[in-house]
Each structure stands twice: as structure tokens, then as C-alpha cells.
Write a new protein. Sequence first.
Lengths: 392, 392
Amino acid sequence: MKINWSGRSHYFSKNDLNYFSKVIKTADPLTQGTYLKKFESSFSKYIKNKNVLAVSSAASALEMIASIIDLKKGDEVIIPSHTYCASAIPFARNSAKIIWSDIDLDTRVVDIQDLKSKISKKTKAVVFVHLYGYAMDLSKIKSYLKKKKIIIIEDCAQALGARVNNKMVGNQGDFACFSFHAQKNITTLGEGGMLLFKDKKLMKTLTQMRHNGHCDFNFKRKNYWVPAMGNLDFELKNKWPYKFTLSEIQCAAGIRLLKKINQFNSLRIQRAKKAIKEWASLKELSFNKNFINKRHVYHLLSAYVDPSKKINRDKLIKTLFHKYKIKCAVQYIPLNRYPLFKKNGFGKSKCPNADKFYDNMISFPFHIWMSDSHFNYLINSVKKAVLELRHD
Amino acid sequence: MKINWSGRSHYFSKNDLNYFSKVIKTADPLTQGTYLKKFESSFSKYIKNKNVLAVSSAASALEMIASIIDLKKGDEVIIPSHTYCASAIPFARNSAKIIWSDIDLDTRVVDIQDLKSKISKKTKAVVFVHLYGYAMDLSKIKSYLKKKKIIIIEDCAQALGARVNNKMVGNQGDFACFSFHAQKNITTLGEGGMLLFKDKKLMKTLTQMRHNGHCDFNFKRKNYWVPAMGNLDFELKNKWPYKFTLSEIQCAAGIRLLKKINQFNSLRIQRAKKAIKEWASLKELSFNKNFINKRHVYHLLSAYVDPSKKINRDKLIKTLFHKYKIKCAVQYIPLNRYPLFKKNGFGKSKCPNADKFYDNMISFPFHIWMSDSHFNYLINSVKKAVLELRHD
């Protein structure tokens, strides 16, 4: 392969590597120490939300959300079928009936009209996924959902730094999660995530929920070791805390990369815009639309390949793969199509756009450490491949 | 403090740090790649068990065990009250009724007679914890439990390298977990664990369970991207997979430290034996007994302080803390005493030994990177403190 699909979003500078070595060399404790506090406080400042907790993954954050919203059997949670499975599994495990929402073909995120049509008296929560880094504006739907007492959850796994009206996504609803997985806009060395929440009164409960119920005693101890070295408690009835802790070296990586997030995102945006401009004459490909007041951070660069044209998606992927040695991907098969969801009664959806988009989409390799020359090669190869297929 | 309680069990050599830098610099992907495979295969060889899966923590391994044994409401799981809370929480979450087993005062692990008295028709599983690194011999109780179709789970979080009749603990039952948390005999940089299981037929299900149900398709695909980049499935009915993945750098640390585990454990054993020998004349302190055919790896060095003597535990901790600047700990408050367990109906136990041991135990700082001179200072300070208190 000339341009492969990468399993990491970042390579590190010599200074970064020295910093990581220093942390590994000196941190005591190796988990739940000062780097955790520092990462949370940096993240908090960046995202402008005081209620943040670093956790082992975005899936862990969603698991905590699914637990704290206290779903009862029969409660419905509406989730786009076009997303990664971790957006849905925690809710399914916590006994939600999942209702699949469709996407808007222009934005590839939740279609508000479709969502409204799927709300019922049993709807307990709605998950909005800012997929591909596209910032979804919830301002209009928010009051509608609030009136119905429906909980709003933002899955910002791919959207760190995405903004609506200059405000960071993750602050529009009741809960949000971010991911620092290997391929994300920043990564805590492969695994990691962040939980955000609106109601500051939940801080104590969620902090306990993150780490086996660990907490302070609610009285001053005379001796540090009695009645025990620390207390364990948890305020939610019939629920149990988790072990979703992020280690110090992971937090240190988060601290380090977060300092450069604007630089990373600017490069993503600049490159995505360049490619989309260069491909403007290729009418077979279409891209995200509707950017008024939005900052799309392009976690991925993907296109919809119009199936009515001669150049279908599969032909394009094949040509890029075999002739140009570029490995593209297709992403976010509608979750209802997987055996995992079928077996559990979530095999059906009314999401024609999600189906249509998935069946005709292509995702180009878009790791930001790609050299300019490789990126130009990608742009030119896609142009050439489309033109060749047109005249095939 | 002259000798503090440390939040890390290891410092790393220059070579280790260079190795970690190389991994961070070059690994692609940053999670679920070749280091995971290599760590699992090294661990597998060391522990002599082919069925191992590296996971995010020992708690994650226990969560997977608690899920796969398919507990029904009313099923009882017997767990020592004298252990860390993560031994119990996953079972409680998965609807077990927890029955607390008592410990033997000589070994500080499950008392077999007490255990037998607590088995009922509803007993679905028993958790044995090789606490402090003491290797518990299950050979006698095993067939008794098998006859009753009771599942045997070994919690080896503190016992990597502990052996019974020259066989590694973790191979005596149906399932086992190990921990690589910050303070353990080896650490995957703060967080990490390993799941072991006896029945190789479970490999597929547990591999899916570890990572959101990811698996191969059960047919050969013509194109790598259809029907999707990968499949999601899960064989257990009404269960959902987790996100319990360990990153490449964490696995790399595991690979690196596992090479030196014998050296680490030998040092632990040698130092523990030296201290116990030097303290032999202090009749107020007693240590683990019963070592026939056993290799105790001394994750911790703890003593029982005879409450009938003048020198009680609290006085000893105070003296060591204030006069000798040594920070000791007390560990494993009977879990039934925590609000977390009380609130959920597990507040009562019949475990007089666990209560008595906890109320009178002292755990000395025992990180193996402690210098010889500090370790000798610890030995001598304990001697002096006991003698002073005797004549107080």
C-alpha cells in the first residue's frame, strides 16, 4: 500500500517522547494521581465545562450514563443506526429498547424530523452522535425534548473541538462522552475517554461510579487507617460502581496532545477543505453540507458516491486499492444489520438514509501525520480514478 | 516520611524506558495489535495456560466471568469478606447473592471448613482469592465443588508467580484473573489485567466479550469492505459485550516486566523471609504459616498483631508513623462493613477470623524498589518500636 489505513492518529515529537519517559519514570502513583487531575482540568478549560471525568474509554462513559439515567425495562433510547456500536451497546445492556434514528444525507447525523417521528411516551433518552467530527446543532430540538423530559446525550467521540455557534459540542445536553482511542483527534496512547455532565450535583456519584465506589469518609478520622484506609460508598440504589480508571501515562498523553488540539484540528479542516475543493468537479462525489455557525473538525474524510452514476462506490474502492494502492474504508454499517443487534431484537430499522449512505459511502485515509505529498497523491488519485471510471 | 506507602511497584531501567519510547514511537495500531498478541503469548507460556486474554483490569476480567457464568437472581456466590472490593462488585452487579466466606488466621485466605458450611443448593460459584500473594491449594476442595457443579474462580490479582506443587495459581479452577495495577508484582503502567479460563471452547465468546463483539465473518469475503469492515456478533443470549481492551503500550510494559518476574518475586520472597526471621523474637507479631508445597510471592508483607498483648496494632502504626516516619497500612476491611455493601443487603457476615484479622493487622511498606538500607531501617524500626511499646 502506498497509503494505508492507519491504526494511530498521531506520531510524537522528541519532546513528547521525553515527556512520556519522564512521566513513566517519576509518576507516583501510576494511576489516579496528579496527571489525572491535570488532564481533567485542562480538558475542562478547553471544553468550557467544569463537570468532566477522565475514564477508560468513551464506551465506559456511555456505560456510566446508561447506568445513572436508570433505565427501566421498556424505556426507549433513540440512537442513530449510522454510528459505531459503542454508542448503543451500553444502553442495550442497561435494558433500553433501542429505537434507531435515521440520518440526514447532507450532514450524516441525526435527522431531526425522523427523530421527532420516533419519539413516544416511552422515550427516556436520545443519543446524538457528532459523527465524523460534524457539529450537530441541538438548539432547536433541545427545548422540545426538555418539555417531554427526555434526556439528551451527546456522543462526541469523534468531535473534539467541533463547535456550534462557537460553543464546543458536549455542552448542549445532559451528558456527553469523548473518545481518545487510537485513531481519534487526540489519543491517550490507544485507549481513553472523557465523561461530561451538566448537573454538578452528580459529581460525587459519578466519581464513585468510575472507581469501585471509592470516596472519602463523611467524618474526620482521628487515625488515617481506621475504620479503613478509604471508604466505599455509592448513592444509587440497586446499582454498582465500575472500574473505569485511566492511568497516569494515558492522562499525560492527553495533557500533551490537548495543548496542540487546535493545530491538529486546523490541519484536518484545511486538508479536508482542500480535497473537497479539488474534487468539486467530480459530481459523483458529495460531501457534508450545511456549515452555518458550525466548525466541523473532520475526524474522517468521507464521501457519498451517487449510486445513480456509472461510478459506483465499490468500483472506486477497488480502483483506488488495486491501481493506486490507497486503502479506503466503509464505515458505520447500520447497526441493525449486525448479528449482535439482530439477535437481541434490534434488527429492524426505518432508516432509509442510513442504509443508502452506508451502501454508497467511501472513507479516505485521513490520518493527519500523512505527508503533504501523500495527501496530494490521494487527491490526485481520486480525481484520476473517477475520470477513468467515467470513461470505462 | 522516611518510608512512604508507594503508588507504584516498579521503577524502570534506561533500557525499559527506551523500549517504551520505541513502542510509543512506532506501534501501529496503538491498541489491539502485535504487542497484545505478544503479551498474551508470553503470559500464556509463563503461566502454562493457553486460554488467556489481556484486559483493562482484573475487575474487567471478573466482570466477564460474572457475565459468562450466567447468574440468575437468587444464585449465590461465595467470596471472602477479607479481600479488595473488586473481587465482589462484578458478581453483585450480575445479580449474585453474595455469601461472605471467612479466612483461616494462619493463611489469611479462605477457610475450607467455613466455606463448606456456607455452600447451599443455590451456590453457583466460589471465588478463592490468593491474597497477599499466598498460594492457596485447591486440590482437596476441587472435586467436592465439581461434584456439586459449583464453578471455581481464582482471583490471582496479587499472586502472579505463586505456585502450589510447582504449578502456577490460576490453573486450579474454571476461571482466573490477574491484575497489573500500579502496585502489583508487575504493572502494565498503572492499569491492566488478564483473564484465564479452562474451557478452550470459550475463547471465541470471551474474545468477542472483551471488545464490543468484534469478530471475523463466518464466510470468506470477496471484497474487504463488504458487508462491513468487520463483523459484530456475540453468542450469549441476553448478554452484551464490553469494551475492556488493553492498549499496546500497556501490553509492552507487561511483556517487559514479565521477563523479570522471577527476579522480582525472588527479591520479594528473600526480603520477606529476612524480615520475618529478624522479627521472630517479637512474639506479638505473627505471619503467614503453612508453606508446604507452596510458593508465596509476598505481594505484601503483613503481620497480625496479637490483641491480647500490650502492643496493639494501632499503637504500633502510630509509633512507626510518628517516631520512625514509616507509613504502614491496614488492608481489606471486611467488605460487609462498607456502606457500598451494606446498602445492598450484604452488610452481614459470619466471618469472625476476617474481622479479627483486619482489626489487628498491619501491612508494612513493601515496594521492591525500596533500597536495602531502607528495608533494613524498616526491619530495625519495627523491632525497636515493639520493644519500646513492650516497656512503655
